[in-house]
Design a protein around this ligand. Structure first.
Ligand SMILES: NC(=O)c1ccc[n+]([C@@H]2O[C@H](COP(=O)([O-])OP(=O)(O)OC[C@H]3O[C@@H](n4cnc5c(N)ncnc54)[C@H](O)[C@@H]3O)[C@@H](O)[C@H]2O)c1
Length: 316
């Protein structure tokens, strides 16, 4: 199979590319090394991949760059992961998030139609559920009350791709990833930030009363689910939750991190942040039935693996 991964230098993109290369697929990738976090980190994500992939430094909002890539022909599937991620920064620059996450997604879909590429896997997010109180979240719930511009752009992406599916027959799986963690996780995400500080004996800042909860999902499970979506032959625009299915409260997460690191966390408390939702929890029945998705890595094991990677004890 020949695939194009957008955002290939990022956390999920580089992890997915590794698995695709291992199973013998041909992988093209595009990334613009957006400054959300350091270029050096993304270059490191790509380091061992570079000899095995065709990498282009470019921007998904530049249609010509996408045309050049897809004009090489025979791409079977695009996995569209490039985006501005992160909830809180989206409140400061909603126009940038809209430009990259919505306009960029339109460019990707348009270029696919123009070059006859029929299969798209799109990274959506659990954030589309906003502050829905009915848990676990399932794909049939209403999702028209996003709590941040980031969430709104992800929902907009889903809707846009649904129209491409109806109008142009683009077959799409929109994957609602639930807080992904593991080796190479984005440095600003809670588990990564907390782990580094706890390991150095520095205090961590916890927002809110510690009762908010997240359905954390280990990167290997996310890659498995994404592979299931790549290989699926279902048509139309299908939405799927990919979560770990065992949510944990923030205070519980901090204790679990302390155990994984063998250190006592020092916690500073700050008020709840606007845009942050109170809980996430995935019902993954549809992904299980249609993509064969079954999350396998429990949080304590995932955190132990993350800690080992962060301390440089394991290659990844
Ligand atoms: N990590 C999570 O917990 C999580 C949860 C839900 C959804 N997602 C989604 O999954 C996808 C991947 O997330 P991630 O955690 O790997 O993030 P990431 O920031 O590590 O990866 C995204 C990559 O996209 C690239 N990029 C950004 N703008 C671009 C542009 N205009 N053109 C080309 N490349 C561009 C970045 O340089 C980066 O390498 C994103 O769409 C994100 O919104 C992630």
């Amino acid at each position: 199979m020949k695939l194009l991964i957008t955002g290939i230098a990022g956390f999920i993109g580089s992890s997915l590319a590794r698995r695709l290369v291992e199973r013998g697929d041909t992988v093209l990738g595009i990334d613009n090394f957006d400054a959300f976090y350091s270029r050096a980190t993304k270059e490191k994500n790509l380091e061992s991949l570079r000899p095995h992939i065709e990498f282009t430094e470019g921007d998904i909002t530049d249609r010509a760059a996408l045309d050049t890539l897809l004009a090489r022909g025979n791409v079977d599937c695009v996995v569209h992961l490039a985006a501005l991620a992160g909830v809180r920064p989206s409140i400061r620059t909603p126009w940038r998030y809209s430009h990259v996450n919505v306009v960029g997604t339109a460019h990707v879909a348009e270029a696919m139609v123009a070059h006859g590429v029929g299969r798209l896997v799109f990274a959506s997010s659990s954030s589309v559920y906003g502050n829905n109180t009915d848990v676990p979240y399932c794909e049939t719930q209403r999702v028209d009350d996003p709590a941040s511009p980031y969430a709104a752009t992800k929902r907009a992406g889903e809707l846009l791709l649904d129209t491409f599916s109806q109008l142009h027959g683009l077959s799409t799986a929109a994957l609602r990833y639930f807080t992904v963690y593991g080796p190479r996780q984005r440095p600003e995400m809670a588990i990564h930030k907390f782990c580094r500080s706890i390991d150095r004996g520095e205090p961590i800042t916890v927002y809110g009363d510690g009762q908010s909860s997240r359905d954390y999902t280990f990167i290997d499970d996310i890659v498995d689910g994404t592979l299931g979506a790549i290989d699926s032959t279902l048509h139309g625009c299908r939405l799927y939750n990919l979560g770990g299915t065992s949510p944990i409260r923030l205070d519980g997460l901090v204790q679990a991190l302390g155990r994984a690191l063998g250190k006592e966390p020092i916690v500073l408390r700050e008020p709840h942040q606007p845009g942050d939702v109170l809980q996430t929890w995935a019902d993954v029945s549809r992904a299980r039935d249609e993509l064969g998705y079954v999350p396998k890595i429990p949080l304590h094991e995932g955190l132990t693996r993350f800690a080992a990677w962060m301390r440089g004890e394991t290659e990844w």
